[in-house]
Design a protein. Structure first.
Lengths: 134, 559
């Protein structure tokens, strides 16, 4: 078994600039021993998928508060799969209405973390669900 | 003569109380925890007595309402003369829908309007830009050109109703549209009153909806100061905002310090551009958050007024009372609202709003209980407004001026707030001012650290959030209906945009945009050219794109 650290891309798609959540998560994952790359603001799904491939990450954490999740998240999943990143988990954190959750999961989002989630739960989720590499 | 430190009678009495009464009681009943902290993680003492305020001088530090340093408020009669303006922030979907909501709020007794724009508008993109996909009308109302603005304010008399606009990077463009719509209604600019947020510094610090690099962006702000001072003298061209700084994770003291230092920076830039302090500073308004920690918030507002008065006097030599008097708007803390058990938010909002009122706010927005889920429904927006009306009409807190003034705790906390802010001022001044401090990432890092420490305190259970990390329920007792904005809004907006582009005089648009670029290049005031461009229906996207050609775009440094 390799000692490769879990690598996560924290991404902020769309026009919104509220990055408190993204920054807190990035720091919490780093404190938990993961390698974290933060994309910066206003990344298109194409830019996020390209960064995920280039950085060879195990997971992409998408922070989104603006209500544009139904447009942006499925596209990120689709672009990752097109690039052959079939095991790369896509996690979403932010303001997402309950009724949108089943659809997002159906479209390949691994988990949606709503406001009030502990960063520890996100760490545990990643540790349990990232596929170990050869 | 060397000073001898003797205990004051107040200190002697306090020690006696501790020995005779407190210690035996603590032995029998220990306190619930070792340390008691505010929501900003500041230690709070067990008891405040005259010993804690012995350094304060009543006339110098507290004084009377309507008199320097305005700790107790800027109006001698507080709310006995005039209540605060009840100004609910609203905006969603199409201009038609928001216009209907505005009229509804006015019918319900709201006394001012406040426009929320959607993200494409905030970022200077038209509804048909590929970057706008999925975002049109979601977080606010979509406005791409004067045609939208005409619908937004249809039937709302702009000479009578004061309107606040939350817009920053493209603020000068939206101000221009607003003025043109007002003119078309027959309203006189010199009679128009209202507020433009136009606080670009806090965008780089906290909310991050920027377009251009900092210095040209500051120049655009100063352009609006200059223009409004001459042409729209009753209008507030800026609302220096701590709200977003707090929402991004700052403590109360950091919100206070960074907001006021931003204010000082704007004044310094105005002075540098040749404006007269006592002509433009009286129209600078402020905007603060109202968070959960009741006394800490009230202390923050009182300290804010005192610091502002002293800084305007000491730094800029003003003795004009309207320059020294800080006026501010307050909004309850969106970040404190929970998705879990959402009706609990009604209670949070009421307490936060009460803090704003006891702090002497000039206007107030109370959040709707469903705002952690989506934009508010009609029902949620109405309860939020009613909360203010109950505070104003039923609680009696408006009957006397600054009712908490003189509280040992509150006065000690007000003083501590001021001292913390001044310490930050010294650091920022040493860096060369706020623009330089932002370029170094200083306030941004301070806020990120506070946000992280707060999150950790919540996760350790030291900061309790009812319904989230304590008293959580697996089966939520109530499901609330939420407002859904679908993609048809974008289609509707794109359609109007296409009609506008077809109908307008393309030559006039090209000409106006060229004029604007020239004004920007020559470092002239951009407002007249911006007004001309919006009048011929140049779109927001086109105008911002023209300015981007001249100024470039901001790239956030990594930190």
């Amino acid at each position: 078994m390799s000692n490769r650290k879990i690598r996560v891309l924290v991404a902020k798609p769309g026009l919104d600039g509220h990055d408190r959540g993204a920054k807190v998560i990035a720091r919490a994952l780093r404190d938990a021993g993961m390698e974290v790359i933060y994309t910066g603001l206003r990344q298109t799904p194409e830019m996020i998928a390209a960064a995920a491939l280039q950085e060879d990450v195990d997971a992409v954490g998408v922070s989104i508060l603006s209500g544009a999740h139904n447009t942006l998240c499925p596209r990120i999943v689709q672009l990752l799969r097109e690039k052959g990143m079939n095991d790369c988990l896509v996690l979403v954190g932010g303001i997402v209405p309950q009724e949108d959750l089943p659809k997002l999961k159906e479209q390949g989002v691994a988990e949606v973390f709503l406001p009030g989630t502990s960063t520890e739960d996100i760490v545990k989720f990643l540790q349990a669900n990232v596929k170990p590499r050869e | 003569m060397p000073e001898t430190k003797e205990s004051s009678p107040a200190e002697v009495e306090r020690e006696r109380w501790e020995q005779e009464t407190l210690d035996p009681a603590l032995e029998k009943h220990p306190e619930r925890k070792k340390s008691f902290q505010t929501v900003s993680l500041e230690e709070v003492g067990r008891l405040y007595t005259p010993a804690d305020v012995s350094d304060l001088d009543f006339n110098r530090d507290i004084s009377f309402p309507g008199e320097f340093p305005y700790t107790r408020g800027i109006h001698p009669t507080g709310y006995r003369g005039k209540l605060w303006t009840m100004r609910q922030f609203a905006g969603f979907s199409t201009p038609e829908e928001t216009n209907t909501r505005f009229k509804y709020l006015l019918e319900q007794g709201q006394t001012g309007l406040s426009v929320a724009y959607d993200l494409p508008t905030l970022m200077g993109y038209d509804a048909d830009s590929p970057l706008s996909e999925g975002e049109v009308g979601k977080c606010g109302v979509a406005v791409s050109s004067l045609a939208d603005m005409e619908v937004l304010f249809d039937g709302i008399p702009l000479e009578q109703v004061t309107v606040s606009q939350t817009i920053n990077a493209p603020a000068s463009v939206l101000l221009a549209m607003y003025l043109v719509v007002a003119e078309k209604q027959g309203a006189r600019w010199e009679k128009i009153s209202g507020t433009l947020q136009n606080d670009i510094l806090k965008e780089y610090i906290a909310q991050k909806e920027w377009i251009y690099p900092i210095k040209p962006a500051m120049k655009l702000v100063v352009d609006t100061f200059e223009f409004c001072t001459e042409r729209v003298p009753r209008y507030n061209p800026i609302s220096v905002s701590g709200y977003h700084i707090r929402e991004a994770g700052a403590t109360a003291a950091q919100e206070l310090a960074f907001t006021l230092r931003d204010g000082i920076e704007y004044v310094a830039w105005g002075v540098e551009a040749g404006l007269d302090v006592d002509r433009f500073v009286p129209r600078i308004s402020f905007f603060f958050n109202a968070h959960n920690d009741f006394f800490e918030e009230i202390a923050k507002y009182r300290a804010a007024r005192r610091i502002w008065a002293r800084e305007m006097k000491n730094r800029f030599g003003s003795s004009y009372e309207r320059t020294l008097q800080m006026r501010f708007h307050t909004q309850t803390a969106g970040v404190s609202l929970t998705v879990q058990q959402p009706l609990n938010n009604i209670v949070r909002v009421a307490i936060q709003a009460l803090a704003g009122v006891l702090g002497g706010t000039q206007s107030l927005h109370t959040d709707a209980y469903d705002e952690a889920l989506a934009l508010p429904t009609d029902r949620a927006a109405l309860i939020a407004l009613r909360t203010q009306q109950i505070i104003a009409e039923e609680t009696g807190v408006v009957n006397t001026v600054d009712p908490l003034g003189g509280s040992y705790y509150l006065e000690a906390l007000t003083e501590k707030m001021e001292q913390t802010a001044l310490e930050y001022f010294r650091k920022i001044d040493a860096m060369g001012g706020m623009v330089a401090a932002i370029e170094k990432g200083f306030p941004q890092r301070e806020i990120q650290d506070s946000a992280y420490h707060y999150q950790k305190a919540v996760e350790r259970g030291e900061q309790v959030i009812v319904g989230v990390n304590k008293y959580a329920m697996t089966d939520e007792p109530s499901e609330v209906p939420i407002l859904v904005i679908d993609e048809s809004v974008r289609e509707h907006q794109v359609e109007r945009l296409e009609q506008t582009r077809t109908r307008r005089d393309a030559g006039a648009v090209a000409n106006a945009l060229e004029k604007l670029k020239t004004a920007a290049h020559k470092n002239e005031n951009t407002m007249p050219a911006t007004i001309e461009a919006v009048s011929v229906y140049a779109t927001l996207g086109e105008i911002c794109s023209a300015l981007r050609d001249v100024y470039g775009i901001y790239e956030e440094p990594a930190f």
